[in-house]
Design a protein around this ligand. Sequence first.
Ligand SMILES: *Cc1c(COP(=O)(O)O)cnc(C)c1O
Length: 398
Amino acid sequence: MSITPLMPVYPRCGVRPVRGEHCHLIGEDGTRYLDFASGIAVNLLGHSHEGLISAIQQQAATLMHVSNLYGSPQGEKLAQWLVDKTFGDTVFFTNSGAEAVEAAIKTARAYHQNGEGGEKNRFELITFHNAFHGRTMATISASNQEKMHHGFSPLLAGFKYAPFDDLEAAKALIGPNTAGFLVEPIQGEGGIRPASVEFMQGLRKLADELDLMLVLDEVQCGVARTGKLYAYEHYGIEPDILATAKGIGGGFPLGACIATEKAARGMTFGTHGSTYGGNPLAMAAGTAVMEAVANEEFLASVTEKGERLRARLEQFIGNYPELFELVRGKGLMLGLKMKIESRPFYVHLRDHHQLLTVAAGDNTIRVIPPLVIGDAEIDEFFDKLSAGAASFKVSEPA
Ligand SMILES: *Cc1c(COP(=O)(O)O)cnc(C)c1O
């Protein structure tokens, strides 16, 4: 037998973390890495955060799991936090981002189909090129990226793809079957590409005029990452439905679909469910994260650190005009767009300078540190990045 016990769907690298300390990971062999990847925008509070650990430990010792057939004081508390701090009126908890997007897709379809005088033909969502929405059948179908489709046909029907940030193209795809739009306000896997204000406001306007659902996938850009609790706040609009996950559990698997009362009109008794979704242990983790990040002081600190990091990155790339094109993103969701393929440089930083980042589409390096970084971590980051750029040879293999 040559297959590995872990199904070989990931090209796993030689970094083998066994311990985390604040913004560092320690490998099996004792190597210490600076973690500016955060488990892909998950570990908002870094590793081994005392408040998060104690919330999980206490809840684990009290009550870990019960069925959603019972009342949930723990779920009500976290849902109330989210309702108070966002556009939403109601929340469905999931265990992952893809499930949160699935719930959002179902909510958008059900808005049209299960509402009064349901319109069964309104099932199509307009999505955008290079989007990433997860790896379930519905969420790969929602993306135009063929590398995720290969071998898994037939896809789920009901998605049409328009170029990202192109309002006219999105408008041109609207037809009698359209249920709404599904979009990342800042594309993550696609290369940290923020949508323009005109585009997001234009989608909102079209949705209002035509009674369509504006569904945001904020799985990566949400939960304080950009200096706002959710990225839509940068755009002066509110969605009808929003999917959140990654950072919301700080490392504990948790996601949610947040909706307005109007948008959730089709999600009635028996229409959706999850065995684990919203269990007391996950709710304790999510509540601890919200208590830490959903306040003005914390959000302002993310904005301030993001601006500082960005200014230094912009200065830094000036020293290497042959390698880097530009810096983009918001808050602590930053992308370094390269003039060459970004993967070899990401590997070089990881293997030769113990700096963990994430490669993304459009030749981008994602700079997505824990939101609790301080001056020392920012300085260490630039030390490693500078050393990495100085020693990098463009021909290095990935
Ligand atoms: C990561 C991600 C997902 C999928 O989340 P999983 O927890 O891996 O299922 C969906 N949408 C976006 C924008 C993401 O970044």
